[in-house]
Design a protein around this ligand. Structure first.
Ligand code: 5GP
Length: 189
């Protein structure tokens, strides 16, 4: 059986990344989502083993010591995110292509590790101004949180040229179609 390929998505918060990923997962491309481990607390309806594997900081550290991660980051003290080797192996052994939703640093690291077996895609918001409008429109964040996210977005956009493909999401339907055609070509080649 052909081993699955790796498809990495990174993007600033509010750029439509999750919507595009969910659309692609439903497109019959033999894609499976890589569930990351994190030591942050579950939010809302999040469930262990669905959105993330939720670990305590000490459990996370034990897995680091045990070399169980392909990559991980401590975003701030005791707040870890990482990709488990076991998760990627499980998906690829089933012949499926692995989809990652990870931050820009993790995305660039995975691409460097896997080379041509991986395709990295950056979803670009049309502009920082438009991102601000979307975050304000979502009405879920305080003004302070929005400013923090925007500063982070500018930092993340600085990584875009390290990705294989950049899809600008100024129109969601066209961004979905463009991402689909890129991924289709990559997994079928
Ligand atoms: P959230 O806490 O909102 O679910 O995610 C925060 C950030 O962590 C997002 O940018 C997300 O893409 C990133 N992230 C999720 N899983 C991983 C991972 O396994 N590794 C890395 N490096 N970042 C991750």
């Amino acid at each position: 059986m052909k081993r699955g390929k790796l498809i990495i998505f990174s993007a600033p918060s509010g750029s439509g990344k999750s919507t595009i990923i969910n659309y692609l997962l439903g497109c019959n491309l033999n894609l499976a989502f890589s569930i990351s481990a994190t030591s942050r607390a579950p939010r809302g309806n999040e469930q262990n083993g669905v959105e993330y594997f939720f670990l305590t900081p000490d459990e996370f550290r034990a897995k680091i010591a045990n070399d169980e991660f392909i990559e991980y980051e401590e975003v701030y003290k005791d707040n870890f995110y990482g990709t488990l080797k076991s998760e990627v192996e499980r998906i690829r052994e089933n012949g499926m292509n692995v989809v990652f939703d990870i931050d820009v640093v993790g995305g660039v690291n995975i691409k460097n590790i896997f080379g041509d077996e991986a395709l990295s895609m950056f979803i670009m918001p049309p502009s920082v101004e438009e991102l601000r409008n979307r975050l304000v429109g979502r009405n879920t964040d305080s003004a302070e949180t929005i400013e923090k996210r925007l500063a982070k977005a500018e930092y993340e956009i600085g990584f875009a040229d390290k990705f294989d493909k950049v899809v600008v999401n100024d129109d969601l339907e066209s961004a979905k179609a463009e991402a689909l055609s890129i991924i289709k070509e990559f997994v079928e080649k």
